[in-house]
Design a protein around this ligand. Structure first.
Ligand code: ZN
Length: 315
């Protein structure tokens, strides 16, 4: 490399600014370093020390981010986080989280990461970040979009007029805990929520109840369904129908034309789609405008890409 090229490269490096997207879950922390255009320049994953407390989590996320930034020529300008739990996005504090996290509720995540990285940090709930990612770079184009994540539980997020709806308690979009879908007990202790049919955990439980076969995960049940197992097919049919009803209700209430479905269970789209399509024929929004229910496009990158998008829009 000539000295001229090196000098030009150095000048370019000095100018290029970077935005990090950080996905903090209960088992892993994934970071994407992006350019201003959203292109992914570096990526990494480390185990999440969820049992060790918020400070350990912030240390792990910041260390990984710094390592990745060091691999890319440029200067970190901002970072965004998609974090598991209920989040106060203005204060950057975790308001509620599952029991797998130690010293996470009340933790000032934005402040802790700003201190470690020296840049502004935007914090969003992980499902909100998922939806921002899908809208920015994935499946969910539009200004009014429902996001539903079918994972261990069922999470939801709502984009209205191009802005995430957080609600006064940070809990807008929690479609997984809307009632009326079954007579089964939900993880939250109430009865009949969408999550009782549509989460990965529930799909495994519902299949075990029907077939007597225990110890299988949702992906195993999906394989059985593809092989013609009628109990497995019925479980996915019930999940797809419940998801479609929930999306149709949300779309009817706030006038949406797109719902994006992500999370591990959405990988069985071939098994969910027949019931979704059938349900949309009988239970379409009363506006007459067609509701599209579509699978997510970004896979496991959606949360980190959405977190980066949130950082870009807030800084
Ligand atoms: Zn519930």
């Amino acid at each position: 490399m000539s000295s001229d090229v090196r000098a030009a490269d150095a000048a370019f490096s000095a100018e290029r600014t970077l935005v990090a997207g950080i996905d903090i879950g209960g088992t892993k922390i994934a970071v994407l370093v992006t350019g201003e255009d959203g292109a992914v320049l570096a990526r990494g994953v480390v185990p999440a020390p969820a049992q060790e407390g918020g400070i350990a989590m912030a240390d792990a996320a910041a260390d990984l981010t710094r390592d990745l930034v060091a691999q890319v020529s440029g200067r970190l300008r901002a970072a965004g986080v998609g974090a598991a739990g209920v989040v106060d996005p203005d204060a950057g504090i975790i308001l509620a989280a599952s029991a797998m996290f130690t010293d996470w509720v009340g933790f000032g995540l934005a402040a802790a990461l700003t201190e470690r990285l020296g840049v502004p940090v935007a914090v969003e709930n992980d499902v909100n970040a998922f939806l921002l990612g899908e809208v920015a770079a994935g499946a969910g184009h539009g200004s009014d979009v429902l996001g539903v994540m079918l994972g261990t539980g069922v999470g939801g997020a709502l984009l209205l007029d191009g802005v995430l709806r957080h609600g006064p308690n940070g809990a807008a979009g929690e479609i997984g805990h809307t009632p009326g879908y079954s007579d089964l007990v939900c993880t939250c202790g109430q009865i009949g929520h969408l999550e009782t049919l549509a989460s990965g955990t529930s799909i495994a439980l519902r299949y075990a109840e029907r077939s007597g076969a225990t110890g299988l995960g949702a992906a195993d049940v999906a394989e059985l369904a593809r092989g013609g197992d009628l109990d497995a097919i019925a479980v996915f049919h019930a999940a797809g129908r419940a998801v479609a009803l929930a999306c149709a209700s949300a779309a009817t209430l706030v006038d949406l034309d797109v719902a994006v479905i992500g999370g591990g269970v959405s990988h069985a789209w071939d098994l969910l789609e027949p019931a979704i399509t059938a349900t949309l024929r009988t239970d379409a929004p009363v506006s007459g405008a067609p509701l599209r229910i579509i699978p997510a496009a970004l896979g496991s990158d959606a949360v980190a890409l959405g977190a980066a998008a949130a950082a870009r829009s807030r800084s």
